[in-house]
Every structure is written in C-alpha cells, then in structure tokens.
Design a protein around this ligand. Structure first.
Ligand code: XMP
Length: 593
C-alpha cells in the first residue's frame, strides 16, 4: 500500500535493529514534526535514496553475534546523513573499519556526557549533561576519518562523527526522557544535519487521511466492524467524515460479554450518524455457546467461532461482498511492522482472518485502513481532532473476547489447601514461563498488599521456588475464613457475567474517581469460582503497569482506595472474598483467562 494515500512520503527511515527500541525513536521523530517510517535493518540502500536521513536503532545484540541485525553497507555512501544509536553506532563502527569491544558488565542507567568537539549534532547542547546508557559492547577505535564527539567517564567514545559524510553515532539513547537534551540532539540531526521540513501535525494529518480515504474508496461504500475500542472508532469516524454517512456502515456485535454500559456508550458516540451505525444483538448466542465450557483455550475457540458466524451473517445481510463495498479496518502502525517474519496484526486479529468473506475482501484488496500509519498516541490525537469523547480515547485496552477471559471456570469442586507459604487456591490461571504458556494454581498470602511493591518481589521469589504455581495473590479480605472456602464447578453463565460486570463497574468507578486509573496501564477485575455455598465467587484485582502488554508489572494501590473498593465489593451478592494479584508478567499473564 502506498504511504502517500494517508501520510506524506517519509523523510526519515528508522532501521529496526531490535524490536521496540526503533518505535520509540520513530515516535520521537514524529513528535518533532517529521514524518518517518520504520523498516527492517537489512532494507537495501537503493530503497532509501530518497530519504533526507536514516537512523539505525539500538537493539540487544552484539555485532559479533551470529545472526545479529545487519545494514546494507552501501547506505554509508549514499550521500545522505546517517545516525547510529547504541547498537547502530557499534554496527556503523564495525562496518566502516573501526573496532567494537565486547563488554563484560555493560553500563545501564544514567551517565554524564562531556561534549568533546564542535559538531552540528551537539549544537546548543554543549557541556556536561545527563544521558541514558544501556549497552554491553562499546566502540573502542572509531573508523578512519571519524572523530570522537563526546565521552563519559566509562565510555570513551560516547559519540563519534565524520562530518564531511554526515555520518554520526551515539552510544547513549537520545530517544528516552532521561537523556536531558535528547530531544535537542535528535532535532539537530533532523533539521540541522538532514534539512528535514516539518510535515507532520495533527490538523493536517486528519485532512490528509480523509483525502486518502476518498481516493481509495472511489465510488464504493465502506463497511466496518466497530469494536468500541479507540482504533476502530477513530477509523470509522474518519470514513464517516470523508464519505458521509450514506456511504459508510458500522456494525457493532453485542456479545453479552461487554462491560457495564458499554453497548449504550458506543451507541451514544454514533447516535448522530443515524443508520450508519447499528448493533447486532448476539448476547443469547454467545452465552449459549459457552454453556458447560471450562478450559481457557476452549472458551477462546468458541467465542472466535461464534464471532466468525455473526460477522459472516452481517456481511451477507448488508450485501458487502457485492462490488460496490470495501472493508474498513482499524489497523495501526505497530500492527503492520514485521517482527520475526510476521506482521503483528496477523497474529492478534486471527478471528478476522478466519471469516471467509473478510479474507476474500482482503485478497481482492478491497480494504481501507486509514490509520495504518499512525501510532496509538497519534490515533488519540486524531480522535481529539474529530471531537470524540476523551473517555473513549483514554480508555484502557480491553480484550476482544471480553469479560469471558476474566470469568474463570472450574469443572470440578476442590478444597483450599494450607501450605508453608500461605494457601493454595485450586483455581488455575494462565501464565507465561519461558516461551510457553502455563496453566497452574494460585498461591495466596495472608498479608495486605502494600503500595511499596515489597510483596511483588516476594511473589517472584515464591514462584521461582514453587513449580506448581504461576501466580501469587494477597488476601484483601474475606467474609469467611479461607479454610472454609472451596472451588465449586462453574462456567460462563448469565448470572456470573452479570456479577463480574457489577464488580468491574464498581472498581472502574472508584479508580476513576480517585485518579488511580490514570496511574495504571490496565486494570482487569477477575471473577474466580472460589467461595462458600452461599457466596460462591471471589474477586481478584489486577492493576498493572506496562507499555505494550508484552511484559507488565503488578502495581500497588493506596490503602484507602483498596479498603473502599473491598467495602463496596462485599455488598455484591455472591462475592465471598477479594484478592490482589501481585504477579508480574512474566511469569503470569495480564489476563487470567
Ligand atoms: P496477556 O493476558 O496475554 O495480555 O498478558 C496481554 C494484553 O493483551 C490483551 N488481550 C487481548 N486483546 N484480543 C485483544 O484485542 C484478545 O483476545 C486479547 N487477549 C488479551 C490483554 O488485555 C492485555 O492488555
């Protein structure tokens, strides 16, 4: 797909030498008003000729490791400026005849940089300054013609450059906030050295995307499955603005597994667009399909299959497969970047790919993906431009299969067991240990979770010691002694989903009122089938901090807020106890499934 449809031609390419590192650089470049793209590190130099500059990202590898990321060495003789960051500097030194030394201990954290030579890279940021370092190897001898531009106490070549060829390297990370003048250094490279122009601001972005949608759609109509999440809502709204409500149709599937008020909220967002938005009520179908199902994978499979059927029926009833329709999708930039040979979107949105009708539209290239060049923050900025409610734009991520992955099931009854370190709760939850997913029991401590995170480190230690558990929780409070509680058989049924919806709504309200929701990345609330015969379920609170969901840290909560939550959760009929999940990811996952 041509970039030009929704975004300008990139002025800068960030070559990806190590996963997430490159995206942070790319986002900082865009924040400075310069549109840029991320490409694999091995991208042939001939494809980069039109760029004003190239940045080689950092990454966890060593240039001496077999299979470590490479760049096309012809890049350095294209006559365009190149900046190597961390691993990028080492690779540049290695390929141009310098020497890289393998580090034993490495350097991680704050360091003080001394600028050692006049250079446009350090224009206006002279003197001693704080930088952020994270590396093992270092450049020991710069390549011929390069001069040392800066050093730290422990890193003699913290920056190097060959001014006549406009080739630069830095060992520190200008893209992280801890590098005090990182933004200025990147700006010096972009504007002073590469001569980039500012071509990327929110207002122009929106107008350009709308023009792109009109170009792609031509005379055709656009059909969307809207999930209520930020991405699909922004993409759908852009299409409505670009083409008018008569040529756009959005369908939202109510699976019955939504949070409280969700369907009405989404309906409210699109109320003014009349017939362009409609809700398919599939609540009964999903609950029926989930009856008597216990295993997490089976729950996911059944929900996925039901989704496929509902989506196929919707495509049929709106005659979307006919010539004058195309499919709109809320794919965003990180979903499209190849990592390990596959674009992430292909992995995450598998249920979409399994709908034969959608597959056909994709194969025939009958799709419009208006935000496929935007990062999440940029999607939010566009959403604000469009006047979408802040409540929608700032919401936490929520899993596609909905509350079903937070409603734990059990096939058989089982008793709680006292063990040396606490209590073994006989519910099993999903975890990630090494490369594989685990499915194991939960260890419960009888201590009150403190905000300092002390119990979190104890949790990690306990899991390393006990092979049979992958998660540790603390007991916040219970109506009956733990010894009298047991697990009873339960699946996802209407009454348990309703109970989960209520407790989730209570937690959401209190964390919003206290501002705690802005301090965490996501706050799942889980229902587990553990309790007494009169009150068979318990609630688990799982606030986490994360940047992308791939890893996450359990976070503590102010004691007052926790007490207030527990007090309100008690009042919900059927709830016996409240627990607090202390486990980081890995070894646990964010969701319990
Ligand atoms: P886990 O539980 O694997 O979750 O640590 C990582 C992140 O992914 C979210 N998640 C999903 N998102 N569809 C989604 O769109 C899904 O099926 C799904 N499952 C998990 C989860 O909420 C967390 O943010």
């Amino acid at each position: 797909m041509k970039t030009a449809q929704y975004a300008p031609e990139p002025q800068v390419t960030v070559l990806d030498a190590g996963g997430q590192y490159c995206h942070l650089i790319s986002r900082k470049v865009r924040d400075l008003g310069v549109y840029c793209e991320v490409r694999p590190s091995e991208t042939p130099a001939s494809e980069l000729r039109a760029r004003k500059g190239v940045i080689i990202s950092g990454g966890p590898s060593s240039v001496y490791e077999e299979g470590s990321p490479q760049v096309d060495a012809a890049l350095f003789s294209l006559g365009i400026p190149v900046l190597g960051i961390c691993y990028g500097q080492q690779l540049m030194a290695h390929l141009l005849g310098g020497r890289v030394e393998k580090g034993q201990k490495g350097e991680f954290g704050l360091a003080f940089l001394e600028v050692a030579a006049d250079s446009p890279l350090f224009e206006g940021v002279a003197g001693r300054q704080q930088v952020w370092m994270s590396h093992r190897d270092t450049v020991q001898v710069p390549p011929p013609g390069f001069v040392v531009l800066a050093r730290t106490d422990t890193c003699p070549i913290a920056s190097m450059g060959r001014e006549q060829d406009r080739l630069y390297g830095v060992q520190f990370h200008p893209e992280v906030v801890h590098t005090r003048h990182g933004k200025e250094i990147l700006a010096n490279f972009l504007f002073g050295i590469c001569g980039c122009l500012k071509d990327w601001n929110p207002a122009e972005r929106t107008a350009r995307i709308e023009a792109g949608i009109r170009e792609v759609a031509g005379n055709r109509k656009v059909f969307f499955f809207v999930s209520g999440g930020v991405d699909s809502t922004v993409a759908f709204t852009l299409c409505l603005r670009a083409l008018g409500p008569g040529r756009v149709r959005g369908v939202y599937v109510d699976t019955g597994l939504m949070r409280e008020g969700e369907t009405d909220f989404v309906r409210g967002v699109f109320r003014e667009h009349g017939d362009a938005f409609s809700v398919v009520d599939a609540r009964k179908r999903f609950l029926q399909a989930l009856r008597g199902v216990y295993g997490p994978e089976e729950k996911r499979r059944i929900i996925g299959e039901e989704f496929v059927r509902v989506q196929e029926e919707a495509l049929e009833s709106y005659h979307v497969l006919e010539e004058d329709w195309i499919l709109g999708q809320g794919t965003i930039y990180p979903d499209t970047i190849e990592s390990g040979g596959t674009a992430k979107a292909a992995v995450i949105k598998t249920h979409h790919n399994r709908v034969p009708g959608i597959q056909r539209l994709i194969e025939e290239n009958r799709i419009v993906e208006p935000i496929r060049f935007l990062y999440k923050d940029e999607v939010r900025e566009v959403g604000r431009e469009l006047g979408l409610p802040g409540e929608l734009l700032e919401r936490h991520p929520f899993p596609g299969p909905g509350l079903a992955v937070r409603c734990l099931c059990a096939e058989a009854a089982a008793k709680v067991l006292k063990v040396e370190d606490g209590w073994l709760l006989p519910v099993r939850s999903v975890g990630v240990q090494g490369d594989s997913r685990s499915y194991a029991q939960v260890l419960c401590l009888e201590e009150f979770p403190s905000p300092e995170g002390l119990l979190q480190s104890k949790a990690t230690e306990l899991i390393n010691r006990h092979a049979s558990v992958n998660r540790v929780v603390a007991l916040v409070g219970s109506k009956a002694p733990l010894a009298e509680m047991s697990v009873s058989p339960a699946s996802v049924d209407e009454s348990r989903i309703e109970r989960l919806r209520r407790v989730d709504a209570i937690v959401r309200r209190l964390s919003h009122e206290s501002g705690f929701d802005r301090a965490v990345w996501q706050f799942p609330v889980i229902l587990i089938p553990l309790g007494t015969p009169a009150e068979p379920d318990s609630v688990v609170l799982r606030p986490v901090d994360s940047t992308d969901g791939m890893t996450a840290q359990s976070v503590g909560m102010p004691g007052e807020l926790l007490s207030a939550m527990a007090c309100e959760l008690w009042k919900v009929a059927g709830v016996s106890a409240v627990f607090y999940d202390l486990t980081h990811k890995p070894p646990a996952t964010i969701e319990w499934e």
